[in-house]
Ligand binder design. Structure first.
Ligand SMILES: Nc1ncnc2c1ncn2[C@@H]1O[C@H](COP(=O)(O)OP(=O)(O)OP(=O)(O)O)[C@@H](O)[C@H]1O
Ligand SMILES: [Mg+2]
Length: 259
């Protein structure tokens, strides 16, 4: 019986709060006593940066792990994993991951490399969160193949119906061919400015459009300057300003995930 929950945080659109959500859900769950690993699969390396690490100074990254799994070499469960900041472990990424989309094209079982890795290390964790890059390429397909469920972050600003269609088509394809039991955990609105009509309208429209097919979380994350400032300082908003609207929103989202 497998007790580890593997959740991917995705949207092929850039800058919609994926990394911020993976990080703050991860730390929130760790504060509640869970053992959490967050895996960065974006060559931008923002996850490690958000916790104050220099992405150019990482001893090992997810790219090395991918290489080892593809060459069928052993992987030590602690290999490449950075320990402890704000209670979570992270497997970071950096620009070394860039060529991987190309390398994967010719790999055997090219969509299930990450799944193979996770099956080796999952025992040590209650939650494994995967931060997706802003694309629907092979790295994201690996994430969806490895995941039990997926959280889709959506910024109500300039929401693209076509973009959402592409996203759901990719999830549908993965379900059909690669991972039959993949679930959509829900849509999380991020960077919300509740004072603007546009944001309120988009949130209502999305709830109406998807209500039966896709859950939408009750919690939503406001656009909050403390979150942006915390990212710049290499810490979470919990550590930077624990009473801010951003910190409170991510805490209540964490509770919703646990409930
Ligand atoms: N709720 C928020 N309020 C204010 N700023 C936010 C909020 N959420 C995220 N940000 C800021 O917006 C920027 C983009 O957020 P983030 O990196 O989480 O998005 P992303 O979807 O992971 O982007 P990418 O697609 O590039 O990986 C970051 O600088 C972050 O600090
Ligand atoms: Mg990101």
């Amino acid at each position: 019986m497998k007790n580890t929950k593997v959740t991917a945080v995705m949207n092929q659109k850039g800058g919609v709060g994926k990394t911020t959500t993976a990080l703050h859900l991860g730390i929130g769950l760790a504060e509640r006593g869970c053992r959490v690993l967050v895996i960065d699969t974006d060559p931008q390396g923002n996850l490690a940066k958000s916790l104050g690490y220099d992405p150019d100074e990482l001893p090992e990254t997810v790219a090395d792990i991918y290489g080892k799994i593809m060459r069928e070499e052993g992987v030590d469960p602690q290999e490449g994993i950075l320990d402890g900041r704000e209670g979570i472990q992270i497997l970071p990424a950096n620009l070394n991951l860039c060529p991987m989309e190309m390398t994967l094209m010719s790999a055997v079982s090219r969509e299930s490399i990450l799944k193979d890795y996770i099956s080796l290390i999952a025992d040590g964790y209650d939650y494994i969160l995967i931060d997706c890059p802003p694309s629907l390429g092979l790295l994201t397909l690996n994430n969806l193949t490895a995941a039990d469920d997926v959280i889709i972050t959506v910024e109500p600003e300039n929401l693209s119906a076509v973009g959402m269609q592409q996203l759901f088509r990719s999830i549908g394809m993965v379900r059909k061919k690669l991972n039959r039991t993949l679930e959509i955990r829900g849509i999380l609105f991020t960077k919300v400015d509740a004072r603007t009509n546009e944001h309120r309208n988009v949130m209502r429209q999305v709830r109406e459009a998807y209500q039966d097919a896709v859950p939408v979380f009750t919690s939503w994350i406001p656009r909050n300057i403390s979150i942006a400032e915390a990212t710049g300082r290499g810490m979470s908003v919990y550590a930077y300003k624990g009473a801010s609207a951003g910190a409170r929103a991510y805490r209540s989202f964490t509770e919703e995930i646990l409930s």
